[in-house]
Ligand binder design. Structure first.
Ligand SMILES: Cc1ncc(COP(=O)(O)O)c(C=O)c1O
Length: 338
């Protein structure tokens, strides 16, 4: 099967497994795991932040950020379709007792969208205290924030006294696609989360970075939520390996996504050229995405139904060029016959 459901399906290869097996470990709750500490220091440096914390998942990283940036009852502004609104099982409401408000369109927003959603500081209003961006944006199809719009939105948030979190689960994809450094992509944000287990191919793990005081508070929350992980160096070593070997190659995944999109376009689907490794196909004639994915599966390709007639394909390091070309022809045949 050619599995294009998500870039989370990758399995650690021999090199990564060897690095995991050789990892020097200690008790990370005592801050004695040298590999975890080294990973945190490395990622903090890459993201241009003071400190970082290795955590179990992208969801945990996002939620820890919201917990340390806000207080109970606050309101957080997020882009349309934000992962923390759609896919984190209501965690912001359950853990932080926060209200998330979706602003802008297509995952992005402007400074004007932020200011239009601020509330006068009357005691009957919730306090709007934070904004969260997502780059690349999953539900928007791996879209990358236009640089000027991103900077303006971050500046507007800061100018209104709001804290800013960046869900950078796929920030390395944004960096490779645009040539902008990770640190520059995170400039002006308070906290940023980066996933090691998506396009980077580690089996587990994300890193949350930000000012040392907030990361210390996030560590307390991580323990409170059961995320203190002891000899976690075996997992951090996979993250280190991923940063050494799997960042530059994301360009290949982006090229593969363009091939898939082109195949669908040539067969008659109005697909937008992808920015990164995610392709969204709105089926002609509003056909059923479930039925379409079933037919693709019969041809050896796995994809996700992402809406009634929207299909998502994600490229990653466990799908070769030859497999992508095979998927292209299956896709073209099916789209042409929808
Ligand atoms: C943009 C984005 N943020 C966060 C996450 C959450 O990551 P995890 O599945 O590790 O909790 C995902 C997962 O797909 C994602 O796409």
């Amino acid at each position: 099967m050619i599995d294009l459901r998500s870039d989370t399906v990758t399995r650690p290869g021999a090199g990564m497994r060897a690095a995991m097996s050789a990892a020097i470990v200690g008790d990370d709750v005592f801050r004695e795991d040298p590999t975890a500490l080294a990973l945190e220091e490395r990622v903090a440096g890459l993201l241009g932040k003071e400190a970082a914390l290795f955590v179990a998942s992208g969801t945990m990283a996002n939620q820890l950020a919201l917990l340390v940036l806000t207080q109970r009852g606050d309101e957080v502004l997020v882009g349309e379709g934000a992962h923390c609104l759609w896919y984190e099982t209501g965690a912001a409401a359950v853990l932080g007792q926060l209200q998330l408000t979706s602003i802008g369109t297509g995952g992005f927003f402007t400074g004007a969208d932020i200011t239009a959603n601020l509330r006068p500081p009357a005691d009957w209003n919730a306090r709007v205290t934070a904004v969260a961006l997502e780059n690349t944006h999953n539900r928007a199809g791996g879209r990358i924030w236009p640089a000027e719009q991103r900077r303006a939105a971050i500046a507007a948030a800061a100018g209104s006294g709001l804290r800013v979190h960046l869900d950078g689960a796929r920030l390395c994809n944004a960096s490779i696609a645009t040539g902008e450094s990770l640190a520059s992509l995170c400039a002006g944000v308070d906290t940023v989360s980066l996933c090691l287990s998506k396009g980077l191919g580690a089996p587990v793990g994300s890193v949350l970075a930000g000012p040392a005081s907030l990361v210390t508070e996030a560590r307390r929350w991580r323990k409170r939520l059961g995320g203190g992980m002891r000899q976690v160096g075996v997992l951090a070593a996979a993250g280190m390996y991923a940063l050494d070997h799997h960042v530059a190659r994301l360009a290949e995944d982006h090229e593969h996504a363009k091939l898939l999109a082109r195949a669908a376009i040539e067969a008659g689907a109005p697909v937008t050229e992808p920015d990164s490794n995610i392709v969204m196909i709105d089926l002609p004639g509003a056909s059923s995405a479930e039925v379409f994915c079933g037919r693709l599966r019969e041809r050896g390709v796995l994809a996700s139904a992402f809406g009634p007639s929207r299909v998502r394909l994600v490229t990653h390091l466990d799908v070769s060029r030859a497999q992508v070309l095979e998927a292209c022809s299956a896709l073209a045949q099916l789209v042409a016959n929808v």
